[in-house]
Design a protein around this ligand. Structure first.
Ligand code: DLZ
Length: 167
């Protein structure tokens, strides 16, 4: 398997733009909270490491991953943000619930990206087991929250770059 024994969250910090003037929203699902709160920790610390101010990071919790889309839409509607990071963890069970939640969130976040002029980052772990989720939320495969934060900074910087072209 491609990800076997690989830390997927390794990146070059010097290649990331400064987040000093950026404002972020983080929506985190409380289902599988031992995993999602570790994702939140990774995302939050990464934003701070790249210059974001604590006052400029708005964190809101939703009950499950299915609620991430609406939570993220609330963020975009009621706060003035440069990017929204959506964090959740769906673990395959015995029923098709997994498929429906994953499809719903994927579709929902894609729609938000198309309909609002800011980036919404897909930080959703979709794994077969809790062990795989743990490995990707601060374990041997890194932390998907870190990756989501890096993506948010890069996309927010891209937008600012494009806006500057207009001036
Ligand atoms: C119901 C449910 C199930 C079975 N599994 C998960 C899961 O693995 N991860 C997750 O984030 N949420 C799960 N949920 C809850 C749904 O996301 C949602 O909160 C409920 O269906 C209520 O809308």
């Amino acid at each position: 398997m491609a990800t076997k024994n690989k830390n997927l969250s390794v990146y070059s910090p010097e290649q990331i733009p400064s987040a000093k003037k950026m404002i972020f929203g983080i929506v985190v699902s409380d289902w599988n909270s031992e995993v999602t709160h570790a994702l939140l920790d990774g995302a939050y610390k990464t934003l701070i490491e790249h210059g974001a101010k604590e006052d400029n990071i708005l964190v809101k919790h939703v009950p499950g991953s299915f609620e991430l889309t609406l939570g993220a839409q609330f963020m975009a509607e009621y706060a003035d943000l440069d990017a929204v990071i959506c964090l959740g963890c769906v673990i395959q069970g015995e029923t098709r619930h997994f498929d429906f939640i994953c499809q719903g969130v994927t579709h929902g976040i894609t729609e938000l990206n198309m309909n609002y002029n800011i980036p919404f980052v897909f930080g959703l772990l979709t794994t077969n087991t809790m062990e795989q989720a743990t490995a990707r939320s601060g374990g041997k495969h890194g932390n998907k929250g870190v990756e989501a934060a890096v993506t948010a900074i890069k996309m927010a910087a891209l937008q600012k770059e494009m806006e500057d072209l207009e001036e």
